[in-house]
Design a protein around this ligand. Sequence first.
Ligand SMILES: NC(=O)c1ccc[n+]([C@@H]2O[C@H](COP(=O)([O-])OP(=O)(O)OC[C@H]3O[C@@H](n4cnc5c(N)ncnc54)[C@H](O)[C@@H]3O)[C@@H](O)[C@H]2O)c1
Ligand SMILES: [Zn+2]
Ligand SMILES: [Zn+2]
Length: 344
Amino acid sequence: MSNKTFYMTDIEKIEVGEAPMPVVGADDVMIKVQSVGVCGSDLHYYRSGSIGDFKVEFPFILGHEAAGVVCEVGENVKTLKPGDRVCMEPGVPCMKCEECLSGHYNLCKDVRFWATPPYDGVLSEYITHPAAFTFKIPDNMSFTEGALVEPLAIGLHACNQGGVKLGQTVVIMGAGCIGLVSLLAAKAYGATQVVVGDVIDKRLEKAAELGAIPVNTKNEDIVAKVMELTNGHGADVCIDCAGFSSTVDNCLSAAKPAGTVIIVGLGEDRVNGFNTSIMSTKELTVKSIFRYRNLYPTAINAIADGRINVGAIVSHRFKFDDTINAFATCHRDIRNVVKGVIEY
Ligand SMILES: NC(=O)c1ccc[n+]([C@@H]2O[C@H](COP(=O)([O-])OP(=O)(O)OC[C@H]3O[C@@H](n4cnc5c(N)ncnc54)[C@H](O)[C@@H]3O)[C@@H](O)[C@H]2O)c1
Ligand SMILES: [Zn+2]
Ligand SMILES: [Zn+2]
């Protein structure tokens, strides 16, 4: 059997090739992939070959947001069978360390995460994965919605960490995929006003379509806007999904006294201007998140029962055979591509 695979072979270069058929371990399932989301981190590796200390060695397979159909199961697997439609949690932690055993498995240092060097991603026809990190999706959910469970879990984790509740005002800086899924999560948790800031009109239009109050921070003061919307009080929760000094600063300034700021963005390694005076005088709670934990079932149920329309963030769909163009387009056309997905 052939296993067509797309390999990143250099900066901004992807080539088609054949991978060996993966071997199904006793606790694993083999999946025929059906949809893969193009993530900001994939694009970061594509354009620069590294993220922080993670450096790509070529050839390298991108892609970690995936869904497909089970085609074979290992001898110990009782929960899944061939033909099941599934999506996969891309990080497999060691389940032995203190973080894993205390329930914070997303913080495991030995996690094997797809498309994070040295571990390859999933832009292949067939892949294997532990059954424990493979989740059934119902028939009314598309494979692309299944693939987007991955980013949605980040938005849910950000809102959980921020304690977003019914009736609240939430600010989200950045309307990329992560800002948009945080918006969807905040709305699902009952936030009444969600103010989203970005500098790209197309992304702000998408945020508005999904129920946000959009603010182009190039020509409007988002903090003033939040104060106007909250009678000068400030937002309950501010979530930074951009990672810049100015966006973190906006979050600290827009938060209400005793409010919460959640750091999701990883744009700049060192954010300057962390205003300790504002943090102190408002007694803010500042938290960060790393990926997610135990949220796939929640995300799947929320999509399946129609509470979260995650498919609405998709702006561009490409065929699997067109993967090379998919990356070139998502990389080049940042003003127009909100979220790209590769459908097999
Ligand atoms: N903590 C985690 O677990 C985690 C997981 C995934 C992604 N991330 C990080 O979250 C961030 C968002 O991810 P993404 O995939 O949506 O990236 P993205 O690049 O698509 O989105 C970032 C958005 O921020 C906007 N932006 C830039 N400057 C701005 C400004 N001054 N004001 C308002 N908006 C501004 C950009 O226009 C862009 O739309 C990235 O930094 C990424 O590395 C973190
Ligand atoms: Zn992703
Ligand atoms: Zn561990």
